[in-house]
Design a protein around this ligand. Sequence first.
Ligand code: FCB
Length: 448
Amino acid sequence: MGDVKRTSLPHDFLWGVSTSSYQIEGAAQADGRGPSVWDAYCRVLGHVANSDTGDVACDHYHRYREDIALMKDIGVGAYRFSVSWPRVLPTGRGQANEAGLAFYDRLIDGLLAAKIEPWLCLYHWDLPQVLQDQGGWLNRDIAGWFGDYAQLIATRFGDRVGRFATFNEPSVFTLFGYGFAWHPPGATDPAGLYKATHHVNLAHGAGVDALRTYSPSALVGAIHNMQPVRPVSRTVADEAAATLLDEHWNKVFPEAQILGRYPPMLARAIEPYMQPGDLARICRQPDWFGVNHYSPVYAKADANAPLGFAWADAPADVPRSPIGWQMDPAAFRDTLIDVHRRYRLPIYVLENGAGAVEKPDAAGVIDDRERVGYLSDYTDALREAIAAGADVRGYFVWSLLDNFEWGAGYDNRFGLFYVDYQTQRRIPKASARWYAQLIRSERTGVAR
Ligand code: FCB
């Protein structure tokens, strides 16, 4: 890919890093924050490795200044974070928590002072528990609750934040939460999954409307995990499983939100929960398309699984990241080209990165060369996609910091900075230096 490395990127190409509220903030009971579904879910034995919780996480709530300084050191132009709904609305709706809002004021002001663009995501999975107790995503009223939350955020921060996302990876939290019981609320309930899917889409529509009404100059989008779904074998049953998983994983959210239709198999399943005019409530032309991508996924037929399909392992001989995820940069390139062809929107890659179980060596160094290799190969693939015509305008690494990695707890680390959870010390890994160098060389035009 020698020539590809020299493919020049647009001069205003945006390099960033991403995080999310529950994964880094900690301060779970500070200043009036209400509980989220993840607080409750983590407390059930067996849900999260080592019974880890986000109670303290990276203590970013108190250390955000230091974390902004880390971003400044690497030279990123943008930071994508999420707002914790229960921190700003402890009862889910109604009375806002001024102390919670003030935290995001401080964060946003600190970013702007460091010349880092804030990209604000409204929902990265930490639903207020009190709304879950009222049915959560199964209650159609949640579209209105989400719209009110979006209004609060747009009104408060729209003077300083120019980029808003409604949802991060809606297919992951619905499918894992209602199809496979790997996320809250821990259900395996196909009817619940179809209903929740539709209600998340309605909430997206309500959220976009509120953001545009109360922050008219903001550029609004949503963030989707987009990955090729491959059948584990060429049997008819496995091919059908892959087609169905692909509808859940890659299509049911962006197609409804951008094209105003549901993919064929899920359209039938969702039909009972639809009311006249719903697709018109959901479908809004976004200003940009957020892509999260790590690796391809594999599906197999499974007559005993609630949805009739199951996840399958990648073939034994493929290259893998240290935590076993397949590394396939060509799949990333093809995904970006595919998203460009389907939706014709400016694309921002808002998550890409590699997980590892790692610790500093005797000298205190984290020489994460596998992650550097992954990021290097994947950013080369990004250049290939751009050279092939995909309108990709930014790339954000997941993640700035090691953090609470959902069901894997703190075992799996994705950060450019290592977090010592005993002391909360941040240590730059080799990948942080590599990323800083990449950004610098892109800025100055010096070949790597
Ligand atoms: C994505 C999530 C993010 C993080 C990465 C590794 O699916 O959006 O929070 O867990 O995976």
